[in-house]
Design a protein. Structure first.
Length: 135
């Protein structure tokens, strides 16, 4: 015998012997728990991205960073896109913003052109601020 989870909380087998009010509370609790776990999952993904973005910002402010700092951010975004199994629209929009901000960054230009460096700092700071709405 292989027990299976009841996939639909309205399944009559899930409600057998339970008062309707109590069953409704159980369903609401299960839905709430799932929503909370999904929200925590999104926070965890954003925190995973926050680390390389903040590292890049710190290195940029110090004036000493490597090209792979930018690549690390882009790779993390791609990994998180794959992990976004619920296809969370807000997270997808944010990840697209990060890609738009980081893909055109050129490490050599940032090092050599002060205006480009200032623009990179502003983009990075703005992206970190946007992350705070997820965390």
């Amino acid at each position: 015998i292989h027990p299976r989870n009841i996939e639909n909380p309205q399944d009559i087998r899930a409600m057998h012997g339970i008062e309707p009010d109590e069953a409704e509370k159980m369903v609401q609790s299960a839905v709430s728990d799932l929503s909370n776990k999904l929200a925590e999952g999104v926070k965890e993904l954003v925190n995973e991205l926050l680390e390389p973005v903040q590292h890049f910002e710190n290195r940029l402010n110090e004036g000493s960073f490597k090209k792979n700092s930018i690549e690390n951010v882009l790779e993390t975004v791609q990994r998180i896109k794959k992990l976004n199994i619920t296809n969370n629209d807000s997270l997808n929009e944010y990840l697209d913003d990060v890609l738009k901000g980081f893909q055109p960054m050129d490490a050599e230009l940032i090092r050599k052109v002060p205006e480009y460096k200032e623009e990179a700092k502003k983009k990075t700071k703005d992206l970190i601020e946007k992350m705070k709405c997820f965390v």
